[in-house]
Design a protein around this ligand. Structure first.
Ligand code: NAP
Length: 237
């Protein structure tokens, strides 16, 4: 059981990529981190890696597209902690492979929305009671993308891009709904990052991709809410 002042963070999709690096950086700053992952073996391995480095880490099985899995994850979380200070909706999928909107497969669009939009909504709803118990003020960070920015949108990856625009709208909605609750809700464009999703030619290492997310989870003003961030600066929707 954590003490009252132990800061806690849950990161979805934390078995690899940006999520794993965010978990590592937060653990290094003294957070008890909860590694959300849909695959039990991969999630356990990622969490174990942090424990071996002397950090406090717990694996939580969590498929963000499955309401039962999210409820079970809440149950597992409640056995370890009574409050959540930071929730990072990082899990996401990019299934577009050169398709354009004229031939967009509606089933692929549906799968993308389930992971990138409905998933974060359900995770926030179910973990909200724990965020409301944060004595330092809860923080929700949705990992969006520059691809979701309407200001620069053209034809790139329509299902993914539209889902990230919707995730930005989800951010605004929750920020509005929680504005009197001392829970900040923001979204981040991490840039083009070298992960399985970003590919080997991406311009940024994971450390840099995680930086603004970690900043919003820690040093950014708690007053900032309902905004879209890139490199610690507010950017256009
Ligand atoms: N890399 C970039 O250039 C870039 C740019 C802008 C935004 N982003 C965003 O950053 C976030 C992290 O991406 P990444 O680059 O680190 O990609 P990644 O290496 O492919 O990691 C994606 C993570 O999401 C998990 N995930 C997918 N569907 C899930 C589900 N239904 N339930 C739980 N976990 C699920 C994956 O789990 P499995 O291992 O089980 O598949 C994996 O852990 C995503 O939201 C992405 O859209 C990335």
């Amino acid at each position: 059981m954590k003490t009252e002042h132990q800061r806690t963070a849950l990161i979805t999709g934390a078995n690899k990529g940006i999520g794993k690096e965010v978990a590592r950086q937060l653990a290094a700053r003294g957070f008890a981190v909860f590694i959300g992952a849909r695959d039990m073996a991969k999630g356990r391995a990622a969490s174990e890696e942090l424990c071996q480095q002397g950090y406090e880490s717990t694996f939580i099985q969590l498929d963000v597209t499955d309401p039962v899995s999210i409820k079970n994850a809440c149950g597992t979380f409640s056995q370890k902690a009574d409050h959540l200070d930071v929730l990072i909706n990082n899990a996401g999928v990019l299934e577009d492979h050169g398709e354009d909107i004229l031939k967009l497969n509606p089933e692929m669009l549906d799968r993308t929305f389930k992971a990138n939009v409905s998933g974060p909504i359900m995770v926030i709803q179910d973990f909200l009671p724990f965020l409301q118990k944060s004595v330092i003020g809860g923080r929700i960070i949705n990992v969006s993308s520059g691809a979701g920015s309407l200001a620069s949108m053209d034809t790139y990856a329509p299902a993914y891009s539209i889902s990230k625009t919707a995730l930005n709208a989800v951010t605004r909605q929750f920020a509005g709904a929680l504005k009197n609750e001392k829970i900040a809700v923001n979204c981040v464009d991490p840039g083009w990052v070298r992960t399985d999703m970003g590919g080997p030619h991406a311009s940024r290492p994971v450390e840099q991709g995680a930086e603004t997310i970690v900043w919003l989870a820690t040093d950014a003003s708690q007053v900032e809410t309902g905004k879209f961030w890139h490199d610690k600066r507010e950017v256009e929707w």
